[in-house]
Write a new protein. Structure first.
Length: 229
């Protein structure tokens, strides 16, 4: 207990920066959820879910097997690439964790408030590692669902079961897209966590920029002019 108290006292600014960052993300998600409940069309996700459902219906109705295979292949390759990237970054973080006792002047020069120590260095890398692991598993789950959809979407109508109807396949496809979206969000938040290595001010500023970026990604464009903004 004494060691924990000493750790908190020495690194209060770094921990405060983490709390502010996580709190900002939570408030943003709370705002986004309430806004979508009031107006589902506000979210870009609403339009994409509807588009994927319409695509599944058209593919299964017209028997466009080649289109389905090509589209699902592209989606699976995208998730596979991001999962592989997450693994490479995890290896890099594990390699970097061995340098905690060799903090260079370059890292410390930009640390205006935080107290530098090997323990805090490892603590920050642990958060970054968990974030990348979350991204890896999210992309893997996305691949899993795309794999299942490849079989479901090609079942002939006269052989369809309850789990191979267009409605069910569309729900499965949207679930795969949700996992991909979660993995991408975890990737976005590696930016604040990486900059946290330079000090607490960096994680707060980077979180604000990421949330500004996410707001424009999450908001559905109201007209063609907004597509270029």
């Amino acid at each position: 207990m004494a060691a924990m108290t000493q750790f908190i006292r020495l690194h209060v600014y770094d921990l405060l920066g983490l709390v502010l960052s996580m709190g900002s993300v939570w408030l943003y998600q709370l705002y986004l959820g309430r806004r979508i409940r009031r107006d589902p069309s506000f979210s870009a996700l609403y339009g994409m879910n509807a588009a994927r459902a319409a695509w599944v219906e058209g593919v299964m109705r017209d028997g466009r097997d080649i289109l389905a295979i090509q589209t699902l292949r592209n989606s699976t390759m995208a998730s596979s690439f991001m999962a592989s990237t997450a693994i490479l970054l995890i290896i890099g973080v594990l390699t970097l964790s061995s340098q905690g006792d060799k903090l260079s002047g370059t890292w410390l020069a930009l640390n205006a408030l935080g107290h530098a120590s090997a323990e805090m260095w490892l603590f920050k890398l642990l958060f970054l590692l968990f974030d990348l692991l979350f991204a890896f598993f999210a992309f893997c789950l996305s691949i899993r669902h795309y794999h299942h959809i490849g079989y479901q979407i090609n079942v002939p109508r006269n052989l369809q079961l309850e789990c191979t109807t267009p409605l069910h396949v569309a729900a499965e496809l949207n679930r795969a897209a949700i996992y991909y979206r979660l993995g991408m969000r975890a990737f976005y938040f590696t930016v604040p966590l990486l900059l946290w290595l330079f000090g607490p001010l960096w994680i707060v500023g980077a979180t604000a920029l990421v949330l500004y970026f996410l707001y424009h990604l999450d908001r559905a464009p109201r007209n063609d002019a907004e597509l270029t903004q």
